[in-house]
Design a protein around this ligand. Structure first.
Ligand code: MN
Ligand code: MN
Length: 267
C-alpha cells in the first residue's frame, strides 16, 4: 500500500483508568516532546518526518472525558480518518484502543495486532466495567477486529487473563521471553498498540502503574524496526505526565511515535 498520510491524532481521555488519572494530558506532552528543539525529526531508519505529509498537523478527537464520552470515540475517529490516512493515536488511557481499532478495521482491518504492555488488558470486566483500560483486548477479540494478537512485555498476568488468552487464541509472550521473529509476511497488515508501561519504570517513570522488570527502549525499537509488513495504524497510550520526571517519559513516547512513523513511511 502507499504510505498515505500519517496523522497524529490526540485522544485526551482517561475516564476508564482504574487507578490514577493523568493520561488525558499526554497528547499535548507527547507533541511538545516530539516538536521540541531537543531532537530532530529523523527516524533512525533515515526518514525525515518533518517532510512527511500531515505529520506536523495536530488534531484531537473532540470527546468528553467521561464514561458517556467513551461512546463517542468511534464516531469522532471516523470523522478524522480518511481513506489514505495512517493514524498514530496519542492516548489517553488504553481503553481507547478498542473503539479506535474497531473504527479503523472498517476500512483498513489489521491482520495482526502487536501489543506492547506490562499487562495483558484481557479482563472480561474490571471493577464492573467491560470497557475499562484493563479490558480492550478482550473486546477487540470478541469483535473480530483482527486475526492475530501478539502481546509482548507481559509481566503481570493472572489465572483469569491466562484463560482469556487461551479462549481468544492470543499469543501472550511473557518476559523474560522477547520474540526474535514476529512471523509476519508482506501480505499482513499490522496495528501497533504501545502501552508505555511496557518499559521498565527506570526508562519511563511517567505512567500510572509502575511494574518493575520491564523492557528497554532499545528492545522495543528493535521489535518495531523488525515489523516487515505495512503498519496501518498505531497508538501510544498510558503516558501520565503528572508522574513524569523532567519529561523523560514523554520523550520516550515521542521516540516511539517517530520510529513507528518512520516504518509507516517506508513500507
Ligand atoms: Mn495497557
Ligand atoms: Mn499497562
Amino acid at each position: 500500500m502507499s504510505a498515505g498520510t500519517i496523522n497524529l491524532i490526540g485522544v485526551p481521555y482517561d475516564a476508564k483508568s482504574s487507578f490514577l488519572k493523568g493520561p488525558s494530558e499526554a497528547p499535548q506532552a507527547i507533541r511538545e516532546a516530539l516538536f521540541s528543539g531537543a531532537s530532530n525529526l529523523f527516524s533512525e531508519t533515515g526518514v525525515d518526518l518533518g517532510e512527511v505529509d500531515g505529520f506536523r498537523e495536530a488534531a484531537d478527537l473532540r470527546i468528553e472525558n467521561s464514561d458517556e464520552g467513551f461512546g463517542t470515540i468511534e464516531e469522532e475517529a471516523s470523522r478524522l480518518l480518511t481513506a489514505d490516512s495512517r493514524p498514530i493515536f496519542l492516548g489517553g488511557d488504553h481503553s481507547i484502543t478498542f473503539p479506535l481499532v474497531k473504527t479503523l478495521a472498517l476500512t483498513h482491518r489489521p491482520s495482526t495486532l502487536i501489543h506492547f504492555d506490562a499487562h495483558p488488558d484481557l479482563y472480561d470486566q474490571f471493577e464492573g466495567d467491560r470497557f475499562s483500560h484493563a479490558c480492550p483486548f478482550a473486546r477487540i477479540m470478541e469483535e473480530g477486529s483482527t486475526d492475530r494478537l501478539i502481546q509482548i512485555g507481559i509481566r503481570t498476568t493472572n489465572d483469569h487473563q491466562r484463560e482469556q488468552a487461551e479462549k481468544f487464541g492470543v499469543e501472550m509472550i511473557e518476559l523474560p521471553k522477547v520474540p526474535s521473529d514476529l512471523g509476519l509476511s508482506a501480505a499482513d497488515s499490522v496495528y501497533v498498540s504501545l502501552d508505555v508501561d511496557v518499559f521498565d519504570p527506570a526508562f519511563a517513570p511517567g505512567i500510572s502503574h509502575h511494574e518493575p522488570g520491564g523492557m528497554t527502549v532499545r528492545e522495543v525499537i528493535g521489535l518495531i524496526h523488525s515489523i516487515n509488513a505495512p503498519i496501518v495504524g498505531a497508538d501510544v497510550v498510558e503516558l501520565n505526565p503528572q508522574r513524569d520526571v523532567n519529561g523523560v517519559t514523554a520523550m520516550v513516547a515521542a521516540k516511539m511515535v517517530k520510529e513507528i512513523a518512520g516504518k509507516m513511511a517506508t513500507d
